[in-house]
Design a protein around this ligand. Structure first.
Ligand SMILES: *Cc1c(COP(=O)(O)O)cnc(C)c1O
Length: 346
């Protein structure tokens, strides 16, 4: 197996030896019959963490988004979100295909739209228009470069949404990164959301799984859709054990990832040919552009960096993403900056 410094994504983490020991020791049962004690413990833990009545475990974050939106909306209804959102760009059209929902994508700032943008997007009720039903946010914003929605901005958006009778949904794939970066508790960020979920397979370092939370009635409906989508599992305690382990041991350490991301951004910003404002790096995602005049494109830069042992991802013709996580150390970051510098110099 080739070893390289893996900055492609925080999904690339491998379970640690201690996490594997927790997996091996897991008490299990039939998840779909609520007989798996480890899954049940995880669901209670996540519900409490997010300040909700109940939660359910799913194989992926994508499934959490798909289930939540299908429960909150009806075919022909509209979801308002940012144009960079995962539900718009990376779920294979599932919001339309599975839930039959229309997406209205706003042009926010680094993945975050403002309350006035939302107000301007609210439709005059008209038989010709889709019925607006759900307002969705992504905390942190992935394509927004790991940007954190400030709590005041979320409060303004949810107050307007709820005032108009709209449901609220939070894609919290990296919600705990936001919490660690700002000190705001997850339950506070999630307070005014009808549906909210966290992913275990990103920076938390578990091999698989996500959990969706809401009211008891919401989770009951969510279970029906989980069953329909083939997400009901059996002895899922083996993966829930990894998620529980991650909640115990891998949350506070996200601060290290954020420090490493800032270190990476500071290093990259010093290089000739890179356009990056390190002040925009708040969590563990670092996006940088190739400056005008640089002959390389993003794909070539990634190939040449990989040949030198550093893996970063092309996100556009001239846009590159580097992500820090528990398998990336501060010395790794320094090596990566050196390698990218060499590639740029030819
Ligand atoms: C990764 C991600 C998802 C999907 O999660 P999976 O567990 O990979 O299905 C959804 N939203 C955001 C913002 C993500 O980064």
């Amino acid at each position: 197996m080739t070893r390289y410094i893996e900055l492609f994504s925080d999904t690339k983490t491998r379970p640690t030896a201690a996490m594997r020991a927790a997996i091996a020791a897991a008490d299990v049962g039939d998840e779909a019959a609520f007989e798996d004690p480890t899954v049940n413990a995880l669901c209670e833990r996540v519900a409490a963490l997010l300040g909700k009545e109940a939660a359910l475990f799913t194989p992926s974050g994508t499934m959490c988004n798909q289930i939540a939106l299908a429960v909150l909306g009806r075919p022909g209804d509209e979801v308002i979100c940012d144009r960079t959102a995962h539900i718009v760009n990376y779920e294979a059209g599932g919001v339309g295909a599975n839930a039959g929902l229309n997406l209205l994508a706003l042009d926010g700032e680094r993945g975050r739209y403002g309350v006035e943008q939302l107000r301007a997007a609210l439709r005059f009720p008209l038989r010709h228009a889709p019925r607006q039903r759900i307002v969705s946010v992504e905390q942190t914003s992935n394509l927004g470069g790991g940007a954190v929605w400030p709590i005041e901005q979320l409060d303004a958006v949810t107050a307007l949404a709820r005032g108009r009778g709209l449901a609220t949904h939070m894609d919290g794939a990296r919600l705990l990164n936001a919490c660690v970066a700002t000190g705001v508790p997850a339950a506070r960020y999630a307070r005014d959301f009808d549906a909210v979920w966290i992913d275990f397979s990103k920076g938390l370092g578990a091999p698989v799984g996500a959990a969706l939370a809401g009211t008891r009635a919401f989770i009951e409906e969510a279970w029906r859709v989980k069953q329909r989508y083939g997400g009901a599992m059996r002895q899922a305690g083996v993966i829930a054990a990894a998620a529980l382990y991650a909640l115990d041991h891998h949350v506070e350490r996200l601060a290290d990832d954020h420090a490493n991301a800032k270190r990476l951004a500071a290093g990259l910003a010093m290089l000739d040919g890179i356009a990056l404002d390190p002040a925009t790096v708040e969590t563990n995602l670092v996006y940088f552009a190739l400056a005008p005049g640089v002959a390389l494109d993003a794909k070539t830069l990634c190939e040449r960096a990989l040949a030198r042992g550093v893996r970063v991802g092309a996100m556009g013709p001239r846009l590159v993403r580097a992500v820090t996580h528990l398998d990336v150390s501060a010395p790794d970051v320094d090596v990566a900056v050196g390698v990218i510098g060499e590639v740029l110099r030819g």
